[in-house]
Structures are given as C-alpha cells and as structure tokens.
Design a protein around this ligand. Structure first.
Ligand SMILES: Nc1nc2c(ncn2[C@@H]2O[C@H](COP(=O)(O)OP(=O)(O)OP(=O)(O)O)[C@@H](O)[C@H]2O)c(=O)[nH]1
Ligand SMILES: [Mg+2]
Length: 449
C-alpha cells in the first residue's frame, strides 16, 4: 500500500534526520522532495502545495522539544499534517434512524456491491441486523452477485428481478426490513461509466424516498486524482456523507486518500484492502499516516521519549559512555528510563521494522531479566556500583542472596556490563541516539547472547 510514496518520503527524511537546527534553507530541499513525492502519488496540486506550506510554517515557528532532534521534529510535523489531511480522526457511521438506510453509490466497478457485502458483514458482527437491497435494475448479474454475497453471509437480500423501478424496490425493502426487524438497510445501487444526469436523477429520487443516514461514495483508489473529481461530482449532486476507498491493496499511489478530505470536505470512512469480505477496515487517519510514512509508530515513541526522558540526563549519560565512565549506577538509571517508556515489546514494536523484529520473540523474558538486573544493582553498595572490580566472591554471594538470584546470574550481569562498556567506547556516536531514546537496547539485547 502506497509503497512508492513511502519510499520517496523516507528518502526525503534521510536528510532531515541529522539536522541540528531548523532554518528555511536547510529544510527547503527536503520539503521539495516531499512535495514531489506527493505529486507523483497523484495528490492534487493545490493540496500538495498547501501541505508543504503548512509544514514549513510549523517547522520554522516551532519551539523544538528539548529531547528530540529538530529533524525528527519536522518528521513529526509532517506526520501530524498528514493525519489532518487524511481527516484527523476516524469518522464512524451514523446509524441513527429506524431502520438506518445506507446508500452505496459510485462508478462502474468501483466496488459498490463488494463493499455492500463487506459492510453487511461488519454490521452483522455488531448485531445490527443488516438487510441488503439489489437496487441495480440494469444488470441482472448485479442482482445475482449480491444474492450470492447474502447467502454467504446469511444476510437477507431483497431482489426483485422483474421490477424496473428502483423506487418500488426501495419501498419493498423498507417493508421487508420492518417485517424482519432489520436495523440497517444497505442499498447497492447501479454504477455508470461516468456520472450522468439520468443516474443522478435516479439516485436523488431514491435518496428522497429512503432518507439515508449515510450516502457512501465507493471509490477505486487506483484512479488517483480522478477519484477526487468523481467525488466532487457525486457530492455536488447527492451530498455524500463519506467515502469508501477500495482496492488499497493494489498499487494505489495514495493520491485519492490524501486529497479527498481537503477537496470535498467529506471523510473516508472505510477502506477496502482485498476482494474477500473480511478485507475491510474502518479508516484511521493516524494509522494510515504511519503506514504512508513507513515508520511504524516511531512518532509515538519520540513523543513518549520527549515526555519521559530528560535530555540533560541523557546528555550526561552519553558523555560518560563516550569517556568510558559508564558505571553500573548509570546502567541502573538507564534501565529505569527505559521502563518509563513502557513494555519492551511495545517499544521495539514502534520502531520501523520493529514489529517484524519482535514477532514470535518472548520479550517478557528480556523484561524479567531487566527487572533482575535492577534488583541486583540495587543490592550493591555505592562503591560496588562504581567499581565492580571489587566484587569478590563473598560480595557476590551477598548480593545474589539479597536480590534472590543465583551467583551465576550476577556474574552474567557483570560480564554483560563489561562487554557493554567496551562496546560503548566503540559505538560512540550511535549511542548518542540511544541515550536520547533513554536505553541501552543494542548493548543489552544484542550483546552477551
Ligand atoms: N483487490 C481488491 N478488489 C476489490 C476491492 N473491492 C472490490 N474489488 C473488486 O473489484 C471488482 C468490482 O467490484 P464490484 O463490487 O462488482 O463493483 P461495483 O461497483 O458493484 O460494480 P458495478 O456494479 O458494475 O457498478 C470485483 O472484481 C471486486 O472483487 C478491494 O478492496 N480490493
Ligand atoms: Mg455492483
């Protein structure tokens, strides 16, 4: 999904990451790349332009959060703007009304019938008792298609093969819904190659009769900006309440998703991500932004770090690491800072590619280990923490006993700590970043195993 856009944005971010200070000049090039990436993804020209302008204003006027690098800060601004562009929050279905009517409208092959089935499945799961209505009187095959979906789902379908008047079908459907006690009626309407007057007239009459709570425009996301033009037309004619973007599993470039809200003012409510009935998701702007940026949920991680970790402390730690003065006491401090960020698997899972990394791994094991490390270090005297070399056999025995572990575990900790110290000297710069994130993760996880 949006692979090409993601890739290009990542490229643009590469230059931003290392920035120490934000100025109009040094972000201009990166923002130009971001703008190109958006245009290539078929985002509306004006939308892309406004987007970049908003990011620029925010970035330059921004008071940089103390514990985050300025470059990362811009990435966060871009992320926030993307979310806004995508509609800020999830727009839920309005299901008031007894029963609630939902009109599915859109061009030929956009995915109306499939989406009607998907929606029925979702509402069925919520116990809303959906009723499907074949309101496409032009193609008998369309009726069959909906009937098959209904059978598959065990959802009732209103089909009147001989009836050519959509309004009569709709009336029959309203009666049927009452008779069966259905909570939601989904009207699968006919498509056209292009939006034209007869289609609009038919849909308007249908709308005026059933007074839908939702008029959902089904859009094929692969059609990019064209989808947005279609949306404008449909919205002008029918005042749609939202859109469903289908075929996001294909090679969608993202343009439709990114332009729709700002061009029409109407939210995307769902996305279709495959042909199967379960390939259907409520649309969450923040998650989509994260996917588009291909950055896992690193933004929340940066936010968490900004809240939990004091940059001054992190700097002192970093200094010590570089000079090789990092003690067990500092290590304890680091473990505690990391704990403030939350469960380990969550933290690693938020890193780009992190979700893959933790899959199938028992992170709670590492966490238990961290807790034991903490207990052992706490059991040491001030002197011992600073100069672990004085830990002779009897001291080790005492500490192990006091913290409820075996001496071998303490030995293991001390070995790993000394390996870590050596690594730190080598890693220098890399540790700078980790210190800012508040953790010695690479040393701990990759080190002594
Ligand atoms: N990959 C993928 N295919 C989809 C998705 N949604 C629909 N399709 C496919 O798109 C094709 C057209 O879907 P339909 O639901 O028949 O479209 P329609 O809007 O009802 O078409 P008309 O009734 O002819 O106007 C079908 O082959 C569907 O399987 C989706 O989210 N992903
Ligand atoms: Mg259809």
């Amino acid at each position: 999904m949006f692979d090409s856009l993601s890739g290009k944005l990542q490229q643009a971010f590469k230059n931003l990451r290392g920035l120490g200070k934000i100025s109009e000049d040094n972000i201009a090039e990166s923002l130009r790349e971001v703008r190109m990436a958006l245009l290539e993804a078929d985002v509306n020209f004006k939308v892309a332009k406004d987007f970049i302008e908003a990011v620029k204003q925010k970035a330059i006027g921004q008071e940089v959060v103390r514990s985050v690098q300025p470059g990362q800060q811009i990435i966060k601004i871009i992320n926030d703007e993307l979310i806004e562009l995508l509609g800020s929050t999830n727009a839920a279905l309005n299901l008031g009304g007894q029963p609630t009517c939902i009109l599915m409208v859109g061009l030929h092959g956009a995915g109306k019938t499939t989406t009607s089935g998907k929606l029925a499945k979702l509402l069925q799961k919520q116990g809303r008792g959906p009723l499907l209505v074949a309101a496409d009187v032009y193609r008998p095959a369309a009726m069959d298609q909906l009937e098959v979906l209904g059978k598959q789902l065990n959802v009732p379908v209103v089909v009147r093969r001989e009836e050519k008047d959509v309004l009569k079908i709709a009336k029959a459907a309203l009666d049927e819904a009452r008779r069966l006690g259905c909570g939601v009626i989904i009207f699968d309407t006919a498509g056209r190659l292009q939006i034209d007057e007869p289609l609009v007239q038919e849909l308007v009459r249908l709308r005026d009769l059933v007074k839908p709570m939702e008029t959902l425009l089904v859009l094929d996301s692969a059609t990019g900006q064209e989808a947005v033009n279609v949306a404008k037309h449909f919205d002008d004619a029918l005042n749609i309440t939202g859109a469903v973007l289908t075929k996001l599993d294909g090679d969608a470039r993202g343009g439709a998703a990114l332009s729709l809200k700002s061009v029409t003012g109407k939210p995307i409510k769902f996305v279709g991500v495959g042909e199967k009935l379960e390939d259907f998701e409520p649309f969450h702007p923040e998650r989509m932004a994260s996917r588009i940026l291909g950055m896992g949920d690193v933004v929340s991680l940066v936010e968490k770090a900004a809240e939990a970790v004091d940059i001054e402390d992190a700097k002192k730690l970093e200094e010590k690491m570089r000079k090789g003065q990092f003690t067990l006491e500092d290590f304890l401090e680091q473990l505690r800072q990391m704990k403030k960020l939350g469960p380990l698997d969550k933290i690693v899972g938020m890193l780009p590619g992190g979700a893959e990394m933790v899959k199938g791994q028992d992170m709670s094991k590492s966490e238990r280990e961290f807790r034991r490390f903490e207990a052992m270090i706490c059991g040491m005297t001030y002197q011992e923490r600073r100069h672990p070399q004085i830990l002779n056999a009897s001291r080790r025995k005492r500490i192990a006993k006091g913290s409820g572990v075996q001496v071998v575990e303490l030995n293991n900790l001390l070995n790993r700590f000394s390996q870590m110290q050596q690594m730190m000297k080598k890693l220098g710069k890399f540790q700078k970043m980790m210190a800012k994130m508040g953790g010695g993760l690479p040393g701990m996880l990759g080190g002594g195993r």
